[in-house]
Design a protein around this ligand. Structure first.
Ligand SMILES: O=C(O)CCC(=O)C(=O)O
Length: 284
């Protein structure tokens, strides 16, 4: 992959999002799928050891096992971050095709923000059906003036049936809108924002990428299929954009690319050390 074309960058600037087809080949998604498979196995074994389940469902497929393990239990999660912290996530965050996209949209000095999320989007689940929101609503008001780029990558093909995303083009120019909280802890705009803009639905193939701005309104539809809609979202910004709220949560990231100071680029070991520092600061 190469840097995005001027037309693509202009589309992003005008609309607050861009879909880039076939960024990763299927075999390049395998390491992350393997990390997820291992975490599903750990979940199953823990629940089994606790006596909460009597079957590990070891023969179930990637898109079914967690659903079968959780069946009948009240497990609720917006996704996994620390659970899947691994070299595979680091390698994905450093993938040249992904860094080219990040460079095209935030510039050549790039930090990986650390709040990546593997979405465990189970069928008919409300907690992973995100209502309309701007990511800055979750990050906090002080992030409004900054550009925080999300790169959302489906690990299975997605459409309206299994809970693809929708976006309101141009909504990144509306400023940060007021929100309330719903029973799942989701932020919901107090205004009916669908009346203000056009809704675009985004069916995508595994390996495509949806890039969007922290002020762009987007949501995810309910997964009405009989399998899990796995995805991962990665976040980037220009080096220097403040990310204290992530450090405080122990979700710090790493320096991914720097032409000005190449020695600052973190290795996997460097990222692990930064996470350990953040965890130590949290427990003080
Ligand atoms: O993956 C999803 O369903 C929603 C993701 C999302 O809204 C986000 O990453 O901001």
């Amino acid at each position: 992959m190469a840097l995005l074309s001027q037309t693509q960058v202009r589309f992003y600037e005008d609309n607050g999002y861009l879909v880039i087809p076939a960024v990763l080949q299927d075999n390049e998604l395998e390491p992350v799928r393997r990390v997820i498979t291992e975490q599903v196995d750990r979940e199953a074994r823990q629940l089994y050891a606790e006596g909460q389940i009597t079957d590990l469902h070891e023969d179930a497929s990637f898109t079914r096992r967690l659903m079968e393990v959780y069946h009948g239990l009240k497990r609720r999660s917006i996704g996994w971050n620390k659970e899947v912290f691994s070299q595979e996530i680091y390698d994905l965050g450093m993938h040249p095709a992904i860094l080219d996209i990040a460079e095209s949209l935030v510039g050549p000095e790039i930090q990986f923000n650390g709040d990546y999320w593997v979405r465990t989007k189970l069928p008919n689940e409300t907690v992973t059906t995100f209502p309309w929101h701007q990511d800055s609503g979750y990050y906090g008001d002080p992030t409004e003036p900054y550009h925080l780029l999300s790169l959302w990558l489906p690990l299975v093909d997605v459409d309206e049936h299994n809970g693809c995303l929708q976006v309101i083009p141009g909504s990144h120019r509306w400023g940060l809108q007021p929100v309330g909280r719903d029973e799942d802890g989701h932020h919901r705009p107090t205004e009916d924002i669908e009346t203000r803009g056009r809704v675009e639905t985004l069916p995508m193939k595994a390996g495509d990428m949806f890039a969007f701005h922290n002020l762009t309104f987007h949501r995810s539809l309910m997964n009405q299929s009989d399998g899990i809609r796995w995805s991962i979202d990665l976040r980037y910004s220009a080096i220097g954009v403040p990310l204290e709220w992530l450090f405080k949560a122990g979700l710090n990231g790493f320096i991914a690319q720097s032409a000005a100071h190449p020695a600052l680029v973190d290795s996997w070991e460097g990222w692990q050390a930064k996470r350990r520092m953040a965890e130590a600061a949290r427990s003080r």
